[in-house]
Ligand binder design. Sequence first.
Ligand code: ADP
Ligand code: MG
Length: 563
Amino acid sequence: MQTTLRRIDGKGYKAYKELQHTEVHFPKYKLIIDYVQGDPFASPSKIRIIVPNSKFRMKYEWLTSKSRKIYVEDCLTRQIAKAIKRTTSNIRGSGKSGLVLIDEPGQEILERTAVTITETETIICLSIGLPANGRRINGKEAEKLFCTIIPDVMEKSIFTVEEKTIQQVMHLADQHDAIRAEMFANGWVSFIADGSILPRESGVSDRPLKNAIRFKSPIENRVTFSIPHRDEPLSGMAIPKGITLIVGGGYHGKSTLLNAIERGVYPHIDGDGREYVLTDPNAVKIRAEDGRSITSVNISPFINNLPYGADTERFSTENASGSTSQAANVVEALEAGATTLLMDEDTSATNFMIRDHRMQELVVQEKEPITPFIDKIAYLRDERDVSTILVMGGSGDYFDVCDCCIMLDEYVPFNVTEKVKNIVAKYPMSRNNTAESFGKVTDRIFLPNTIDTRKGNKQKVQTKGLHSIIMGRTTIDLSQVEQLVDPSQTRMIAEILHYVDRQGWLKRNICLKELLAQIENQIEKHGLASFSKNPTEHPGELARPRKFEIAATLNRIRHAKIK
Ligand code: ADP
Ligand code: MG
């Protein structure tokens, strides 16, 4: 490579293309250049570094469980990211010259493509900026990048990572598995350990708030059990299946608690404050999302007799209202297999959540299309075994239907279920529930032309940050999909859309639920990279989304077609 770099030094940037698909051997690893950027300002070049496991202190025990593998890979990714930051690149040049990047994770531990450990080797995916002056190749600086900077980063990370660091994440993996097993065995939908830090630093930072009041479980919900690699048992609040209400005065920490619960579908790193907060992985946050499009969703469990006879069993709109969007979000979550729903009054449509006695007196049943959630919540529990955790500080109507009520008082939770029962007995509600069952959740089959990746004569699916996917000519807005947490998940969803289109999976006439199952199955069996166009090369910066966020994307495609 050095000879090539010296030869092309000073030539036009395109000459770098010569390096594409070349392999360079270093004493401890092999470096493969999979993609060379078109110019110094374009998105960076992609390389893989392949380290035989014999060349570093890889241990077989890293791979003895699925979570261990994911956590150790995540840990190595963070180590490399840290090493990159500590390595001062003195490479000068135009555009992205000298840049070295790895897909750095946030507070969650997700399965991602940045580092993959197999039984024989460890593969590291990096992006780099090949150096240039203006648009001319700077071969000397490129040499420095390959022969000094990258080796330096590797030396500071995977070749010197401390045993202790790896052991810590491996232990966390085992502990999370143990907590999940305990939750499953006892039917808890969420567990929040005592001492957890729930509030975040700010609205734009996912790091823990300093000097926060630590979580302390109410005695009635307190559970204690032992987990591996820890001397004293773990204690905390268990939220059992059923209907749980979170109440309390404004600004007392209700939404903060619910947010921690909704993020608990993912594991968090040590020191996050939520490392022992875990939630049913099939829990879905439901909110109002006016303006979204809806395609052929059966929202009749909640909405009937719309003005002008709009069909609510196959309801479509380009511009949903607060209540219809929230109804669709519930039904779509159930369709995808949600077993717990999470709602916050702050982001809900009032007319979807409640209707009191006085309003029932004024607006006769026939004139009101909405059956509020309160009339369906118990049927969800009893007929479909779907639990709900609901923040509602503004209305006592839900007292009648809840199994457990948690009140927050200056960020400290108290179990007030008994008090709530007394209030219900003392002030019986005069509103009446007119619903007799939840109603039907209809499976939908998306037609092939739903996923159309064509743009001109190219096929393209791109992402823009966390919240938007540009598929062909359509933009899919995911800004209200609150449990999508990492831009690499968004990129993965884009890859999945592209793949499903290329493979013609929608031509198979399968319902959404089956489509999601097939996608999950392929991830399980063949990994995230198997969705890429060139699965044996650098797959890009990808992290695993849940099936609910994949479904949410499909559900937000404007002009989707349903059979
Ligand atoms: P609510 O939903 O009850 O109105 P929030 O959950 O929005 O209240 O919390 C209000 C404020 O209190 C937020 O700024 C949040 O960061 C802060 N907060 C929440 N929990 C804690 C805590 N345990 N310690 C310190 N501050 C907290
Ligand atoms: Mg709130």
